[in-house]
Structure formats: C-alpha cells, structure tokens
Design a protein. Structure first.
Ligand SMILES: Nc1ncnc2c1ncn2[C@@H]1O[C@H](COP(=O)(O)OP(=O)(O)O)[C@@H](O)[C@H]1O
Ligand SMILES: [Mg+2]
Length: 363
C-alpha cells in the first residue's frame, strides 16, 4: 500500500488526524466541513457509533473562528437525567437539595466557543424545550434562577439514532429537529468505505509504534468484516493485535475468533496471550458466550506463583472489554441492547466505553 495514498488532515495545534483513502466519501465530507466551519450555523452530525462523529465535530470547531476558544463536549446519554439540566445550565445556590453553592454549567463553559452535544437523541423532552429556547433567544436561566444569562456558543450535535424516526415516534421535538437540521452531516459507516480500512489500519498500527508486517490474508479478512463498531472497533482491534500477537508478522491466526472464522480458520486455537484467560477456569478463551463463570472447584484453582504475580485488575479489564466488544458486535453497536445482554444499565456501559476511550493511547 502506498503511504502517499493516505491523506491525513491535521488541524493546527491539535493532534486530530482524519485518515482516509483516495476517493473516500470522507474527502467530500471534509470539504463540506471546511465550508460549514466558516459559518456559525448549528450542525447535526449523524452516523453509527464509532464512525468518527466526534472527530468531525473537532475538525469543524478547529477550523471555525471559535478555534481558540473551548470545545465543550457533553454526552447526553451518559449523564443521568436528574443531573443533566444543572450540568448544562448550571444552578444557583439552594436550587435543590445539595446545591450548597452556585455552579456554572457547560453552556457557560462553552461561552465564545462550541458546545458539542453528543447523543442528542437521548436528551429528555423537557430539556429539548429548554435547549430550543437558548438557541432562539440566545439566553438561558440556570436552575433555580429567573435571571436570564446571555449565551454565545456554536452548537454541534451528534446522534447515532434516526432523529426523523424519533420525531415520528414523539420522542424528539419536531421544532428542535428542524432547528438542528441547518447543516446536516452524515458520516458513513466503515463498511460503506472499505477503501479506508488499510489506511486506517496503517495509521493506528504506526501509532502503536509497530513496524511488523501484516500478511495480505489478514487485510483480506478485515476487508470482509462488517465493522458494526466502525473505526473504533478497528482501532481497538489494532491495539489488541499489537499487544497480544507475538510473531514477527501478523497472521490470520492472530485475529480474534469471530474474524478468523471469516477466513475459515475458526478451528485454530487462540494465540497465546501475555495473561491467559485460562488462568481463570470456566472463562471463555476466545469467542465469548454469555454465561456467568462458575466458581472454580478446589482442583482447578488457578496457579499462583509469587515470582510472577498476576495483574488481576488488568485481567478483569480485559475480560470486561472482551464481553463489551462481543455484546456490541452482536447487537450491531446498539448500546441499549448490548447493555441488556451484559446486565448493565445503558449509562453504565456508556461510562465504561468512555473510560476505555480516555485510557486509550492518543493517536
Ligand atoms: N477518519 C479517522 N481517522 C483517524 N481516526 C479516526 C477516524 N475516524 C474515527 N477515528 C477514531 O476512532 C475513534 C472513534 O471516533 P469518534 O469520533 O469517537 O466516533 P463516534 O463519535 O462517531 O462514536 C476515535 O478514537 C477516533 O479518534
Ligand atoms: Mg461519540
């Protein structure tokens, strides 16, 4: 693959890079971002989870006249409904039990800059009214206050839901929907731009400090996969390959089982991992099935060696990640359905995903 085919869009002063192959729909999308960034209009970015909506929001902000000011992200799906109003609008002292001091909200934090409302489809109806009012009147009242505060921010919203369907179902206000629809941007799923896959792979591979070669059969498998978790899924896979695979080059056998099966090699055993899950009897080795591990019987106790202590927190994190990835893959990236499969609240799953994103090395 010619390295020159990879277009990297770097934004001044920030480590954002958007990678795509030649002729990718992302090239057109970035051109329209350039135009949109020049205006102060509200932007609605839609697309499946992991397609790069937040990256696109950052690019628009960084190319706008508000670039030197804050970009304040708020994930409407990750903050409990009871807290979201005061999180956004702030509150005055005594506004509710526990409001011992007044507090600025994220709208105030975004003053002069950009407010990025992620998963706006999760915004409760009561807050949709309040948000619409701020957009129309350019002022708002913190919780517990009747005094309007002027607001100057640009709104970029993102959603992985079909907002038009949400409007039809009565879960999203039509007036707010049209207000958001001024500049719509649709980020295509990775399977709709398969030409980007090798370029993204090389980018993430290099970001891991990797120089090992990757066998063509591996790329072929990656080309065939449907990528329900999109670019984030690819990024996580690359990280996993860098950590787990040991040979001088990456082979199909190094891929996780659900990908190996695309190459008809599902019978091959999983590659040895630095901390084998087999240390925990009853836990899945490769393709997870959904069951609670039995408590090991005395005869199958894991061997513990004082010379080689296990890293239990890391093992548990990896186990958690394995289940989360499997649940997201099985539900096509639908977080609510994935959370149900895992016996988690949706917000807990979202929080875990954000934690993982925060802890992931920055490319
Ligand atoms: N075109 C791209 N080039 C490089 N990295 C990308 C690209 N698209 C997405 N990413 C990375 O993939 C991950 C998911 O992107 P993100 O913007 O958070 O997706 P979304 O908000 O749609 O769920 C992030 O780590 C991001 O940096
Ligand atoms: Mg996102």
């Amino acid at each position: 693959m010619a390295a020159t085919a990879m277009q990297t869009h770097r934004v001044n002063g920030t480590p954002i890079s958007i990678v795509h192959g030649p002729g990718s729909p992302l090239a057109d999308l970035l051109r329209s971002c350039q135009r949109i960034a020049q205006s102060d209009a509200t932007v609605l970015i839609s697309g499946e989870t992991g397609t790069g909506k937040e990256v696109v929001a950052r690019v628009i902000h960084e190319r706008s006249t508000r670039a030197g000011r804050a970009l304040v992200p708020v994930n409407c799906g990750a903050i409990p409904e009871a807290l979201l109003e005061s999180e956004l609008f702030g509150h005055v002292k005594g506004a509710f039990t526990g409001a011992v001091a007044s507090r600025r909200g994220r709208i105030a934090a975004a003053e002069g800059g950009t407010l990025f409302l992620d998963e706006i489809g999760e915004l409760p109806l009561s807050l949709q009214v309040k948000l619409l009012r701020v957009l129309q009147e350019r002022s708002y009242e913190p919780v517990g206050s009747a005094e309007p505060i002027p607001a100057d921010f640009r709104l970029i919203a993102a959603t992985n839901k079909d907002l038009a369907a949400e409007v039809a179902a009565g879960r999203f206000r039509r007036d707010l929907y049209y207000r958001l629809l001024v500049c719509p941007i649709e980020v295509p799923a990775l399977r709709q731009r398969r030409g980007d896959i090798p370029h993204l792979f090389s980018h993430f591979w290099a970001a891991q400090g990797e120089t090992r070669t990757v066998e063509p059969a591996v790329m072929q498998v990656l080309q065939e996969h449907t990528w329900p978790g999109n670019v984030r899924e690819l990024e996580n896979l690359v990280e996993r390959l860098a950590v787990v695979s040991e040979g001088p080059s990456i082979r199909v056998g190094d891929l996780p089982a659900h990908l190996r099966s695309l190459a008809g090699e599902s019978a091959e055993p999983a590659p040895p991992a630095p901390v084998p899950l087999s240390a925990l009897p009853g836990l899945p080795q490769s393709r997870p099935t959904f069951f609670l591990p039995e408590r090991p019987s005395a005869s199958e106790q894991p061997e513990l060696d004082p010379g080689h202590p296990v890293d239990l927190p890391a093992m548990l994190r990896r186990l958690e990640d394995t289940y989360i990835d499997a649940a997201l893959a099985r539900t096509g990236g639908n977080r609510k359905a994935a959370a149900d499969l895992l016996g988690l609240q949706r917000t807990t799953l979202v929080e875990k995903l954000r934690r993982r994103q925060r802890e992931a090395p920055i490319a």
